[in-house]
Each structure stands twice: as C-alpha cells, then as structure tokens.
Ligand binder design. Structure first.
Ligand code: C2E
Ligand code: MG
Ligand code: MG
Ligand code: MG
Length: 286
C-alpha cells in the first residue's frame, strides 16, 4: 500500500485483488444506469435447420456498449447483474425488446431469449412473458426461453409449476448448455422442453481424431429424439464441424460458421438481401 497525495488519502494500492474488486464495483455502478442510458442492446445469431439450411430463428444475446470500454461481454456483466440484484430489470428489458424486434421480422422466425435462474425463480415471470407478447403482438409459439440446468437446483415443485405456467402461455422452452451442469437426467422425465441445446464444449474438438465428443453428441440426440425434443448444436465454427454435426443428425445448428451475432438492422438487411433463407409464413419445414 502506498499513501501519498492529500492527507489520509490512498493514492494507489498495489493489490491486484483490490483492483479487481474496485473494477467490479465501478462496473456495477455503471450497469445501474446502462439501460436508461441506452447502452444495452440485443445482438441476434441465426439458428439454422441442419438439413434444409433454412434459418428458423435467432438467439438474442445481450450486449453492453460501455461509454469507455466499448462492448462488454455478457459473460462478464450478467454475473454482476445477478449478484447485484439487477438481473430482473435487465432480463425484463431483454424479453420486451426481443419480442418487439422479432415481431418486425419477415416470416415466422422464432426468437430465443436467455432467462437467468434468478428470473426463473420469480413468481412474476409468466406475467412478464405474457406482457411482452401482448405489447409486441408476437405469437407465443415464436418465443423460446433458454434455461440452464441450474434451475433444477431449486425446489422441484416450484420448478415444475413454473414450467407448466410457461407452457400454458404457449411459449417454447429450450435447455441451454446441456451437458455442462450437474446433469442428473431425472428432471428430463417431467420437464417439458421443446429443445436441447448441446453445449459448444462438445462441438469443440469433436473433429479431432480419437475424440469421444461425437459419441456423446449422438447419445444426446438419441435421448432428445426419444423424448420428442429438437436439438441445437452451439458453437459451430468450421465446415468440418458442420459436416460432422449433420452426420450425427442434430436438427439445428448455430455458430460463427453461419454468422456472428449481429444487430437487428443488420439482421433485417440480410433477410432483405436474401442472404439468409428465412422460414416463410404458413406451413413450412421448421
Ligand atoms: P449462451 O446462451 O450459451 O450463448 C451462446 C454463446 O456462444 C454466445 O456468447 C455466443 O456469442 C457464443 N457463440 C456463438 N457461436 C459461437 C461460435 O461459433 N464460437 C464461439 N466460440 N462462440 C460462439 P455471448 O454472446 O458472449 O453470451 C455468453 C452468455 O451470456 C450466454 O451463453 C448466456 O448464458 C449469457 N447471456 C447472453 N445474453 C443474455 C441475456 O439476455 N440474459 C441472460 N440471463 N443471459 C444472457
Ligand atoms: Mg443461450
Ligand atoms: Mg448455450
Ligand atoms: Mg453458454
């Protein structure tokens, strides 16, 4: 520690730990005003039918355009929001914004919104979902909520009840980052998921010789098929990975090989330019 400058004032404190804590505190302060300052926005990444190459929807991924630091990853600021009691506000904003923007997309493409386990444990979630749908006019079947396995750490009656209330609204449910959590498979007996998202850690390395990842992915696909659920493989970066994933009969794919997450105006431009085959309105292959 070094004391300098004015009386009783610490000029700097050369501890990395303290510096990290201070950085975090400053970020938390900044985050409190980020929505009202219009610094939060949603990026969208296409989710593609692996057989037809048709874009069936987009995942909304939150971005924070910090005035000094530029775009900050949600991997950094979502945990801060969760600890500092701000995830409710951010999550509600994302839900409303995603529905509002998706309602302007051509065709009947879906929008997937990530829901924090903290939001999931709040009794008000179904009401917020219904409001976001009615304000935007988005059909419930076009909204998919992505939830991770960690929701199953909470009281199981409450969890079952919440799933049922959300399904009653008519929204779709996806199990995100499958295979990375605590993965007692017991919850799959009752949880009404429409889709399992295979975590990108299984895709990474899957094309290396001797990798067991392909075997794990095909077992997940068999499980999902038997339960009547779709599958999405996350984090497909190369054409080799895409080929392998298709051979393993994963139904949907998502990753940089198709597109990075993009702003809504870019999404609309690309749809307009026909760069993305879109799911047309009316009966169609999904
Ligand atoms: P996630 O829901 O599993 O989202 C997928 C992440 O993988 C995204 O990271 C996406 O940009 C990234 N990704 C997509 N394709 C590729 C690829 O080909 N290669 C690689 N290396 N990465 C790829 P992102 O946008 O940084 O988001 C990180 C996490 O933050 C998300 O993981 C999600 O858990 C959380 N998150 C994002 N937006 C929200 C939100 O609105 N609410 C909540 N509660 N969490 C959010
Ligand atoms: Mg997700
Ligand atoms: Mg994921
Ligand atoms: Mg993830």
């Amino acid at each position: 520690a070094a004391k300098g400058g004015g009386r009783g004032r610490f000029r700097f404190y050369s501890s990395d730990l303290l510096q990290a804590a201070e950085d975090r505190r400053v970020l938390e302060e900044d985050l409190r005003d980020a929505i009202s300052r219009d610094e939060i926005w949603l990026a969208y990444q296409p989710i593609v039918n692996a057989q037809t190459n048709i874009v069936t929807g987009f995942e909304a991924l939150m971005r924070w355009n910090h005035p000094e630091r530029g775009n900050i990853s949600p991997a950094l600021f979502i945990p801060i929001a969760e600890e500092a009691n701000m995830i409710g506000e951010l999550g509600e904003w994302a839900l409303r914004k995603a529905c509002e923007e998706a309602a302007t997309w051509p065709g009947v493409m879906k929008v997937a919104v990530n829901v924090s386990p903290i939001q999931f444990a709040k009794d008000t979630l179904p009401k917020l979902v219904r409001e976001a749908l009615s304000v935007s006019g988005l059909a419930p079947g076009r909204l998919e909520l992505e939830i991770t396995e960690s929701v199953f750490l909470q009281d199981s009656d409450d969890t079952d009840n919440m799933f049922q209330r959300l399904k009653d609204i008519g929204v779709r449910l996806a199990l995100d980052d499958f295979g990375t959590g605590y993965s007692s498979l017991g919850y799959l007996k009752t949880a009404p998921f429409d889709k399992i998202k295979i975590d990108q850690s299984f895709v990474r390395g899957a094309t290396e010789p001797g990798s067991r990842n392909g075997a794990i992915i095909s077992a997940i696909v068999a499980l999902a098929n038997a339960l009547g659920m779709e599958t999405t493989a996350e984090g497909i970066e190369s054409l080799d990975q895409l080929d392998l994933i298709r051979d393993l009969h994963v139904s949907h794919v998502q990753g940089y090989v198709y597109s990075q997450p993009v702003a809504n105006d870019v999404l609309l431009e690309r749809c307009e330019a026909g760069e993305w085959e879109i799911t047309p309105a009316g009966p169609a292959v999904q």
